[in-house]
Design a protein around this ligand. Sequence first.
Ligand code: DGT
Ligand code: CA
Length: 577
Amino acid sequence: MKNLELARLFDEMASLLEVANESVFRVRAYTRAAQTLETLGESVEAVAARGELENLPGIGRELAAKVDEYLASGRIAQLDELRRGLPPTFLTLLEIRGLGPKTARLLYDRLGVDGVERLEALARSGEILRVPGIRAKTRENILKAIAVWKAGRTRTPLARARQIAAGVAEALAAHGGADRIEVAGSLRRMRETVKDIDILVTSTEPARVIETFVSLPSVLEVTARGDTKASVRHAEGLAIDLRVVEPDAFGAALQYFTGSKDHNVRLRELARRQGLSVSEYGVFDEQTGARVAGTTEEEVYGVLGLPSIPPELRENAGELEAARDGRLPALVTRAAIRGDLHAHTDASDGHHPLEQLIEAAQARGHEYIIVSDHSKSATVAHGLGVDELRAQLAQIRALQPRYRIRILTGSECDVLADGTLDFPDEILKALDLVLAAVHSRFRQPRHEMTARIVRALANPYVSILAHPTGRRLGAREPYDVDLDAVFAAARAHGKAVEINASPERLDLNDVHARRATELGVSVAISTDTHWLENLDNLELGLGIARRAWIGPAQVVNALPLADLLAWAHRGRPGARE
Ligand code: DGT
Ligand code: CA
């Protein structure tokens, strides 16, 4: 299927046309075509074979010809033409948020800025201020955007790192002669990005484990290799460290290499006051030198008089004091989650029909699944109009008897620039549960954005604020909003805020989610599913919630169906108190 490949090329053409100063209409035609291709439900080859390319939204004769050209020859002559005369790294400049194609071109022509590295150097030295239109404030924004861009590149997103680690663990289990295999480090603590992957194993044949590890097909280079330890660089750039440890020191090693470093430093202080020392080999009596613990983590914490602290809490953020005082929270678990409260179908920008979404959610043991397609203002996401939503409600009513799982009717309804909702109350009241979300006008000043969201939360039919900060990891910074004011409004109206578990969002993050619940606001841990396998991203949302010290009582989708509906309908006009 060449859909995404072509979409990427059309996006590139749009950027290059803009750089070449072409009319906005031509530029937009390519962006639009790229979007169509990205969301197309079948292969573009099949559509082309039927000669129906021009029936696709946004694809006219000229673009259809480009698609045909690419499918026939693997190239687009005009694209090659546009690329000529620009260095291949030039387009990375357009990944810097806020740097438009015209400015990028100007920077290249005047100062030879051919990529991010040179851009950063000249921004730091101040030389870019010589380019017309670049002021001190622009320079500051460019430097900030470069920092975001780099952060997105130097650390690996949790979701991807988990997949890579799972693959390595599986290979070691299958061929490596490893007994226990555990992932440690920031990955085990569920940080949203990780620098590297730390893996611990026990084995009676360390040499064989090491050999299997360094020979994995995804290994780019072996950077260190010893009898019980090896480090490699994975094809995707990140490092993976493997250590083979003695079974009776496994708990101590796991505790040590899980970190965080700050947590470990505090733990060692606590130990020292009790005449004990903690290392990756065990807990030792400082006087006699005898080892008093090490086989399991429980034992390591136990000899220090502490309950075992969940890895997600080990950031030296009050967890050791809480453990000492018996105040550790009982964190939310997968078993506590009863359903998913954010999912799309192919009626808007999801990729599967309603029935498949329902079946996939039911197969995961959920008690309920919402259908929350976009509303009409979200045009790029093919948002539903009132009639389409009514048709969907009828469809759900007809389907429900066939399923055990409860299908909740819903909407991810756009919050318009003034804080009103994209659907009138008459239709919102027909829905089981409404999500409110900002998808436009991201650059409103802080007070406007705050007032906009606060107003949406006051709408009695809204239950959950979806992805409250609007960030897209490595792509878009959060919009400027006073989250404390948002949380106060949510609290006042009894609304929940979302922990959106999509790997591109993770919004709220751990810090903000902790703040929200401390202020008395409940959360929904939701996947924002567009592809069926996205339903499994719940684990990422749980990671955030657990890092935020959240227990099941603070999670609305831990409620049984009847209680969830009672909560959602509580503030609606005519609802029983
Ligand atoms: P990152 O940056 O995402 O890889 O984060 P971590 O926490 O995985 O950090 P990493 O890989 O450098 O080290 C793994 C764990 O090893 C860390 O969380 C705690 C432990 N560790 C590493 N260096 C030190 C140290 O100097 N002192 C102590 N106490 N522990 C350390
Ligand atoms: Ca690490």
